[in-house]
Design a protein around this ligand. Structure first.
Ligand SMILES: Nc1ncnc2c1ncn2[C@@H]1O[C@H](COP(=O)(O)OP(=O)(O)OP(=O)(O)O)[C@@H](O)[C@H]1O
Length: 743
């Protein structure tokens, strides 16, 4: 029987093709069928796509066979059940005492076994014999603009103005908070400090005298020997022979500016880790290292070349059994035991912010700012020197002065307004081969204004933070397209950079990103709009001023493109309900930006031939120093994480965790919370909607990342380990299948 379609079915079919007014029913693009004749895919055809899986399966099979054999043996011996799972797992390299966890940092490296409760912390410094030491090599820090002038003049007019303004603003704020403000506190401090002469104490009478590093056992002719950590920092500056201290990592990146060649830098990194393995972990014989697995913590916005370099060191030099990587923020959530949080990690020279949800970093929320606790130390000294600090010769490039300055900052800086009054303190200056000198000095608002730099980073000296970057080590490019930079970037980071350099809002290929994160087609070059118009139209027209003039950040090109100045205001009148869009000044930039940072133009669209290439765009982006007030940066990060979802907004604002050494500044948490509440008054009403906390269970905020990495190291379920066989076959390409995120 020949079937007939029902009337309804016929109508339905017709309806799909046309409607009464002849228009299509859906605006979804029609997807053409793939022509099977010409169809090609390399999915699961390349070695790197299935090698990891194959090796994993082989390992599982071996383990099952081994377990079965063990069970048979146990049965034969009549001891069934005695073999517990943990015991059998020990054979698979998951014995925590055989896993090394390393967290390198700009100032400190943390290292330990995954079984340790706490890591060892070592200053990440290495000293080698050198014709001159570091304080002779570069000018003193804080950088004095003029010498032989009064202390108030030595840092230049701009600093003087800025410091005075911050001082006045603080007074106003303190009065508004009903705190006592005496009119002459500053004069009292200055008058006291300028009169002080140090009291000399003979070294043998100083009970706290420092044991300087004994270099007599180091052969002066042996150029390959070195000291690391505190030993390096305690080598007398005037030693014979002289030593120079290098810091292989600065601002969270390889410190190219400190070296004459890439190989020297990498050698130092290797020597530093090697010395930590020997001295701190007691693994003296290199023959032992292949028995150990290693987990390395890397930044959220890492440089691929850096990760690949570490992988190479671990595989080829240390010959570890296997290596795994974890990102800092993710590790922090493991350490704290949270599944969802906004992690704010204030280190020595970088601050990273990232929203983590269900065990994954939200890629577009990652932000990496180039400031941290070291900037507070330097600024505190600058402010104290300005106020006639009695030890005017202090120089952060001298080892003993650096240690002293860190001590002063840690002991006296606070963000608690209640503690701000004229205070009398003392310190001991201990320098090698000199009598100890005891100084007294007074402080007033310097102790709070220096850490307030986190919220007004133009007070920091940002002038040389990008110096020497990519001097030797090029950025990473896509293996199949050598013109396509492929270091990870994020929409939130780009928003920060764009707020400093608005021309970055135009992507490579000439596409302008609008406030919705969509691309506007570029007009031909002659009529190409000034990129700043984008901001004027979308932001300033809405009454939101934007953009900072963060000191040290390059200004946009062209005299006719002035940087709009003024405070950062994100969100419409500060009440943007978490949805970035044209109404606010939060910008959401394209999807899939983790690859190149800029979306590719949609097919068929006009591409301006004169527009920048992806490489130009990356160059331009890399030339901008990412600096923004901490509260603004957190807001930007969360906005890019939640993409307008109200529940998520509350989850992240309600779970901000500040960690890292810089976050130990007393009063920082409540101060930050207060600032965020002013930025987001819509969330401020309920305490649980906006909360800033530190690491739980009184865990030291400096080690929570390491702790989390050690938890990760002990997990039996993840498949992130890279073994020598995979590395030998695939090289660094193995990371694509082995890390938890898009590599
Ligand atoms: N109690 C404290 N109060 C204030 N600051 C502190 C305190 N303890 C440590 N710091 C500061 O913390 C910083 C070091 O922090 P941390 O060890 O987290 O940095 P890092 O991991 O080496 O750096 P980065 O994250 O930049 O790579 C230093 O600037 C130090 O002065």
């Amino acid at each position: 029987m020949v079937g007939k379609k029902s009337g309804k079915a016929l109508l339905r079919e017709e309806g799909l093709q046309r409607t009464d007014n002849g228009m299509k029913q859906s605006s979804w693009p029609e997807i053409q069928m793939i022509n099977q004749k010409n169809y090609y895919t390399d999915y699961m055809k390349r070695d790197d796509q299935h090698l990891a899986l194959r090796l994993q399966n082989e390992a599982n099979r071996d383990r099952m066979i081994r377990n079965a054999k063990d069970k048979d043996r146990a049965l034969a011996m009549g001891a069934e059940g005695e073999l517990d799972e943990d015991e059998s797992m020990n054979n698979d390299g998951l014995d925590a005492t055989k896993i090394i966890v390393i967290h390198p940092g700009s100032q400190n490296m943390r290292i330990g076994f995954a079984s340790d409760a706490l890591p060892k912390t070592i200053p990440m410094a290495i000293a080698e014999k050198w014709p001159i030491n570091e304080s002779q090599d570069v000018e003193p820090r804080p950088k004095r603009q003029k010498l032989d002038v009064t202390p108030e003049q030595q840092f230049g007019e701009e600093f003087a103005k800025k410091f005075t303004k911050m001082s006045n603003d603080l007074k106003v704020d303190m009065r508004a908070n009903k705190r006592k403000v005496l009119p002459n506190s500053k004069e009292l401090v200055v008058n006291y400090n300028r009169r002080i002469e140090p009291e000399k104490i003979p070294e043998h009478n100083d009970p706290m005298r420092i044991e300087w590093t004994d270099i007599s056992k180091d052969d002066p002719e042996d150029v390959s020997s070195y000291f690391t950590g505190m030993e390096a920092l305690r080598i007398p500056d005037d030693s014979k022979p002289k030593y120079k201290v290098h810091w292989p990592i600065q601002h969270g990146c390889l410190h190219e500016n400190d070296y004459m060649s890439a190989s020297h830098l990498i050698n130092d990194l290797e020597s530093f880790i090697e010395s930590a393995l020997r001295k701190e972990l007691g693994l003296n014989r290199s023959g032992e290292w292949p028995q150990y697995s290693c987990v390395v913590v890397i930044p959220d916005l890492y440089d691929k070349k850096y990760v690949e370099q570490i992988l190479e060191l671990c595989m080829k030099e240390f010959e570890f059994k296997q290596v795994a990587f974890i990102q800092e923020s993710l590790a922090a959530t493991y350490g704290a035991g949270y599944s969802t949080a906004c992690i704010v990690d204030i280190g020595a020279q970088k601050t990273s912010i990232c929203c983590v949800e269900d065990g994954m970093c939200i890629e577009d929320s990652r932000i990496n700012l180039k400031y941290g606790g070291f900037d507070v130390t330097e600024t505190f000294l600058k402010m104290m020197l300005f106020d006639h600090f009695p030890y005017q010769d202090i120089n952060l490039k001298r080892r003993y002065d650096f240690l002293l300055a860190e001590e002063l900052k840690t002991n006296f800086c606070t963000m608690d307004q209640a503690l701000i009054s004229t205070q009398l303190y003392d310190f001991h200056l201990r320098a090698p081969n000199q009598p100890t000198r005891k100084y007294q000095f007074k402080t007033y608002d310097e102790v709070i204004l220096a850490p307030m730099g986190f919220f007004d980073p133009s007070i920091f000296d940002n002038s040389e933070k990008l110096a020497g970057r990519r001097k030797y080590i090029e950025r990473s490019y896509n293996a199949y397209d050598p013109e396509m930079p492929d270091d990870p970037t994020s929409a939130a980071q780009l928003a920060i950079l764009t707020s400093i350099k608005p021309s970055l809002a135009t992507t490579a290929n000439g596409f302008t990103l609008n406030g919705n994160g969509n691309m506007d087609v570029a007009t031909p070059s002659k009529e190409k709009p000034n990129p700043l118009n984008f901001f004027r139209n979308d932001s300033e027209a809405n009454g939101n001023s934007r953009v900072t003039s963060a000191a040290g950040s390059p200004a946009p090109e062209g005299a006719n493109t002035p940087v709009p100045s003024g405070p950062y205001v994100f969100g419409a009148n500060g009440t943007n309900g978490g949805s970035p869009g044209p109404g606010g000044t939060t910008f959401q930039f394209g999807n899939g930006s983790h690859n190149s940072g800029t979306p590719n133009p949609p097919p068929g669209m006009f591409v301006d031939p004169l527009a920048r290439t992806q490489k130009d765009f990356a160059n331009e982006r890399d030339a901008v120093l990412p600096i923004a007030p901490l509260d603004i940066a957190i807001n930007t990060s969360i906005m890019h994480a939640v993409k307008g979802e109200e529940k998520k907004t509350k989850d992240f604002y309600g779970g901000i965790m500040v960690i890292g050494g810089g976050a130990k500044t007393p009063g920082l948490g409540p101060f930050l919370e207060d600032r965020l509440k002013k930025l987001r008054p819509d969330l401020a009403a309920k305490q649980e909607n906006l909360q800033v906390g530190t690491s739980p269970r009184e865990m030291d905020g400096q080690v929570v990342v390491w702790k989390g990495a050690s938890v990760f190291a002990r997990m039996k379920t993840h498949e992130s380990w890279v073994g020598p066989l995979e590395y030998e076959r695939l090289g660094s390409r193995v990371l694509t299948t082995k890390v938890l995120w898009n590599y």
